[in-house]
Design a protein around this ligand. Sequence first.
Ligand SMILES: *Cc1c(COP(=O)(O)O)cnc(C)c1O
Length: 411
Amino acid sequence: MPSHRSEFHVPPDPSGRYAEAAYFAGNSLGLQPRVIRERLHSELDDWARLGVEGHTEGTRPWVSYHELLREPAARLVGALPREVVVMNSLTVNLHLMMISFYRPTAERHAIVIEDSAFPSDSYAVRSQAAFHGYDPDEAVIRLRPRDGEAALRTEDIAEFLGTHGDRVALVLLGAVNYYSGEFLDIPAVTAAGRAAGAVVGWDLAHAAGNVPLRLHDWDVDWAAWCSYKYLNSGPGSLAGAFVHERHLADRSLPKLAGWWSTDPATRFRMDPVVTPVDSADSWQLSNPPILSMAAVLASLEMFDAVGLDALRDRSIRLTGYLETLLDQLCAGREVELLTPRDPQRRGAQLSVRIGGLRASEVSQWLRAEHGVFADARNPDVIRLAPAPMYNTFHDCWRAATALASVMDDHG
Ligand SMILES: *Cc1c(COP(=O)(O)O)cnc(C)c1O
């Protein structure tokens, strides 16, 4: 697979060294695909031309717009089409999923997350525990790597669940950890959690569009992801959710409802009671923002055109190349790789701990002096994400040489 860089707007290089930046922040906000502007304009034109009739007469009628995203979203995460829906934003979807799948009892009310969980996920699970009347400090269990290690081990997670699983109601882990870049063994951890009697949900914020997923076959209970990181759908754009087929017809699950939860065939009868549908669509509440959906659809079409396997293949080569360059060009400096070295245990991100300098300053110098966009996690971690859609091998060389120079010039 060649780079699809020309299909994206790449910011100019603020250092003036090159025309374009070397953009390694696609794990925070993916670059803008050029096609999105025209797709948004098409919806704006329909709105201008048709007003309310755009719901039914538009080029892509808005009333059923979300259905256009079902199949490409299902391919992206390895799901059946009726197991996925694009809606809301990620933290909202985590909560909607927990309303249905966090069913605590006095004996079994713990939620297991990773200690380095993204803060939003930590806040979300703590608030869910409190909402059900439990003390979050007691109910939320945070898994830590072994002393001296930066990543969790699958066998340690499985052992924990085997030993303490009888009090765990929900396991919610980041499939690719936002901080360390570790890609967990989803099928093994899911099997261990389910064997312990817990429900297993996954946050795919850093996994969707990054690594191939088989959520259905891996027997995952539920998952949620955002679309503005590797999926390049724009700041704050719509998120996704997956619910395994085995739960879709379960009428005993608690669920919040709105008019978009009901069977579309009856929606405009304006009945007072929801007519259930046996698909992930029934977790929807509101009619969706079409402008965001147009961006997500355009982006999903790009992933379909390239294919996740080809993307992963390029990703492994790019990230491996960056790793080799960091090892060689930053040798002798205080640069320590936190991300697992096994390509199967990581996605398109390398997190490095740097000695002696503050991460936010390093990222400013990288950008201003070398045109390299990287993400800082203070005090001392820099995250570099070579996104296979648009990053090049030359970008990797720029990042590694820039990091070495910054450490020499400012160290
Ligand atoms: C990016 C990210 C979020 C962001 O949540 P929003 O609801 O989209 O603001 C949440 N969780 C994880 C793990 C993330 O990486």
